[in-house]
Design a binder for this molecule. Structure first.
Ligand code: BES
Ligand code: MN
Ligand code: MN
Length: 484
């Protein structure tokens, strides 16, 4: 355990500034156990539970077992590792009394692949704590630190603190999956089959972000997703580019032209029908949104760009949350090795994602893309469009009891009322929670955009980890109170 000692020593100086009030025993328990809470997260982060890569299948299972053992140890009931056709789902619950409301916590223990690994300053599955400009108290660096092991584990620790101090006010069920990063296909089957087991009053998720450590926010919307892979085929074999160049369609040139044509000069997407179902926000709603603090200069600086770009007529925060988009996520073909090879490749490929907003339907958008992309194939080529997973957009109400409970919880621990913010990311299962289970979701995210999720050097602030653990119990407290 030498490595965790380094962390313990480092962390000893970091004092959390807890607001006192009620739930005192829970808060005291968190303070007294904060170093152990960090060590335990570190152990979970050491397990490389990459869901996309079958080489890590055993590690994904190990992370599920680690969690299940842990949930048993803290005293939860019905702890089960449900096998699926893919990676397992971990379930646990504590029913304190049937007249209290039930909170269903959702999170994921799987992580994105670590590559490109050469861009990590320290290995992705050997967590280290370092101070950064944004996290002067320190942040834990590892794949999954923020998305979503760190955020999911805050719930486990908050539940532990409430249980151990006898201050758990609601029934709680935890459902933690291992396939969020690959589309949650098996979780969809699971929730369809386990409606009775999953009966609850609200779903609580920490898998999003907040505006800044001094500007708490609650995520009130997510974009949906349509994801496709395209293949352009030209000649039946690779050709000498001197002998054939200029005489035949080059699939890579064609693909580049086709992709370029998907946006017009105003950065509108040119697929016919693409915007038909998009709900435009009212001027009032846009004015509300514009109140959330945003500094374009800082934004550009943080990602090293000199200009922003996007759909004409919309601000950067609007482009990133309430407008649909189309982006190429990967493109390949031809010769990419060392030196030069003069060749016209037979095939070219790209992966393309579209982020969707209400009321766009992922299957409809995929179909519109397919029809359009095939229709613009250049003479002498054939085009194939293969759909991947998709997901519906979500918008959550801000006039509900659950939203009020969350808002009051943040106010308690941050001393500020959180700002409602729609996010640009996607968690496809959340729309299905509503359509299959009939349950609304509250998204209490504590990550920051600068935490580099899905990127090299992903990290999660210790401030954010502890603030989450501290804020969550107040949600239970207020949710119970407001439900009376
Ligand atoms: N937790 C993220 C989504 C997220 C991050 C939403 C930050 C809002 C703010 C989730 O794990 C994720 O990465 N989702 C994927 C989609 C999924 C189907 C692979 C995404 O948004 O690309
Ligand atoms: Mn996530
Ligand atoms: Mn993710």
């Amino acid at each position: 355990m030498a490595k965790s000692c380094i962390i313990l020593n480092f962390d000893a100086s970091f004092k959390i500034n807890f607001f006192s009030g009620f739930m005192n025993k829970t808060i005291e328990y968190i303070i007294n156990n904060k170093n152990r809470f960090l060590e335990e997260l570190t152990s979970l982060l050491r397990i490389p539970s990459v869901s996309a890569d079958s080489a890590y299948k055993a590690d994904v299972a190990k992370a599920a077992d680690f969690l299940a053992d842990h949930l048993k140890e803290i005293g939860l009931d019905k702890v089960t590792v449900f096998p699926t056709k893919g990676h397992p789902i971990v379930y646990a619950e504590k029913i304190i009394d049937s007249s209290s409301p039930t909170v269903l916590v959702y999170g994921h223990y799987d992580v994105q692949p670590a590559d490109p690994i050469e861009l990590w300053d320290s290995p992705a599955f050997e967590p280290v704590i370092k101070k950064t400009e944004i996290h002067p108290e320190g942040a834990i660096f590892a794949r999954g630190a923020c998305d979503d092991k760190g955020q999911m584990f805050m719930h486990v620790k908050a539940v532990e603190a409430m249980l151990r101090t006898g201050e758990l006010k609601c029934n709680v069920k935890l459902m933690i999956e291992g396939e969020e990063e690959v589309g949650s296909v098996n979780l969809e089957h699971f929730i369809t089959e386990q409606k009775e087991l999953l009966k609850a009053d609200i779903i609580l998720v920490s898998d999003t972000g907040m505006l800044a450590n001094d500007t708490p926010s609650i995520t009130t919307g997510l974009r949906g997703l349509s994801y496709v892979e395209v293949e352009v085929t030209g000649p039946n074999r690779d050709l000498h580019s001197g002998l054939y160049g200029g005489c035949v369609a080059n699939p890579i040139n064609s693909l580049a032209k086709m992709i370029a044509s998907l946006h017009d000069e105003n950065n509108h997407i040119t697929i016919p029908g693409f915007y038909d179902k998009v709900i435009e926000l009212s001027a009032e709603e846009r004015a509300m949104m514009a109140q959330a603090p945003f500094d374009e200069g800082k934004y550009k600086k943080s990602i090293g760009i000199t200009a922003v770009q996007g759909e004409k007529g919309y601000t950067t925060p609007e482009r990133g949350a309430i407008r649909p988009t189309l982006d190429v996520n990967g493109i390949w073909g031809g010769y990419t090795g060392e030196g030069a090879k003069t060749v016209i490749a037979s095939k070219a490929y790209a992966k393309i994602s579209m982020r969707l907003v209400p009321d766009q339907h992922p299957d409809e958008i995929t179909q519109l893309f397919k029809n359009h992309f095939e229709s613009i194939a250049e003479a002498g080529t054939t085009v194939e469009v293969r759909p991947h997973h998709g997901g519906f957009p979500v918008v959550t109400p801000i006039d509900s009891i659950a939203y009020q409970a969350a808002s009051k919880a943040y106010e308690q621990t941050f001393g500020k009322i959180p700002v409602p913010v729609r996010s640009g990311g996607s968690i496809p299962i959340i729309a299905l929670f509503e359509s299959v289970l009939g349950l609304k979701t509250i998204m209490m995210g504590f990550g920051l955009d600068s935490d580099a999720i899905h990127s090299p050097n992903e990290h999660y602030g210790l401030f954010n980890y502890y603030k989450g653990i501290e804020t969550i119990p107040y949600f239970y407290q207020y949710f119970k109170e407001l439900n009376k």
